[in-house]
Design a protein around this ligand. Sequence first.
Ligand code: FES
Ligand SMILES: [Fe+2]
Length: 426
Amino acid sequence: MADRVSFLSTPYSAYQSRGMPQADEELTRVGPGTPAGEYFRRFWQPILLSKDLKDLPRRIRILGEELVAFRDRSGAAGLLEPYCVHRGVSLEFGLIADKGIRCCYHGWCFDVDGRILDTPGEPSDSTLKERLFQGAYPVHEFGGLVFAYLGPPEMKPEFPVFDTFDLPGYQLMAQTGYVWPCNWLQVKENSMDPAHLAFLHTLPGSAGFTEDLAALGVWDYVETSCGMVYIDTRRQGDQVWVRVADFIPPNIHQFPPNADPMALRTRISRPTATRWAVPIDDHHTMQIGFRHVPEGQTPNLGAGFGQDGDRSYEERQRVPGDYDAQVSIHGGTSRHGLEHLATTDRGVIMLRNMIRRGIRAVQQEQEPWRPGSPDGQTVPTYSQDRVVSGIPPAPTPQEDRQTLFKTARDVVEDCQRRAQESTRWD
Ligand code: FES
Ligand SMILES: [Fe+2]
């Protein structure tokens, strides 16, 4: 077959473009030993809700690895390789012990760090349990989520505490993970694609997003001390609405509330969610994280409209949501050779470059870039929205675009100044 033509320039030309180019292996593969997989293994990742570790072990898959999570009766959480080091029975059938988990087959008992506490069938003078370990990964519980670190023990970073984990006037609530059947990258790229709000999320019948988002404004992108932001800016009369969303490498984003119309926004809103796109494997991604719920409000912690595959196929076709758009990209793993990136994709390109830099740093045995924390404790983040008043439209649309860009940059500069000074804006 002749080579596939990537930039079709004539009508009825599908015949020239058959076949799928390869996926970008560097960015999309997450298993042990892969470039992105090793990069991810330098960061704490949420794996499930704390409340889901009850009286039974949970078999999970993260970054292409099969693992068993459990909580012993002392309350300690553990994350172990699934196959018992004795003869390989899966610890998903293990018995939760007062301390650790006991393999169902011959009763060997393992502590949360993989130490062998007991080998009951062995002679009393056996030293096996002093010499051998079950594979284990460290876990850290925070805010109702269990986080795991799957990297080299000597490179384990501090658990990053973002300013949004403790916002005055907000409650921090863990949100159940939803698994999407597609590669992680196309899910996270969406976080720096504000253009889709004005199209996908304002389709007739769509829910959860104010119609005010349909107005096309200007989009800008800036690197920050915790990664990068998009700034999505639009005008109503003499007011300018500036929406700022964070991307925090490798796979976190935060975004301001989407549902309220601009007229209801009378104060700075900090983000409504902090969300990780955790690779389960190369073809599945778990969307999990925190909601930041204003005090006094009872949120719906469900997936939200179009954020999972629960609707009928026809409903999803008639009013598609984020799940349908993102999962469908090139059948589940995006092929960058099939794309034709345009001006709205500047944030996506910056995000890919940022991730690629991190991957290559790890390949060169360096520490990957991590979000900065001026006081050594809390990591300032930027996501918020605010309405800036008293900015009349400029005489021409072109000039007004410049006014919107300037207003947006001023907001982010204010955020950056406060981040440097560790000043809170809430
Ligand atoms: S296989 Fe686990 S104790 Fe024997
Ligand atoms: Fe979206």
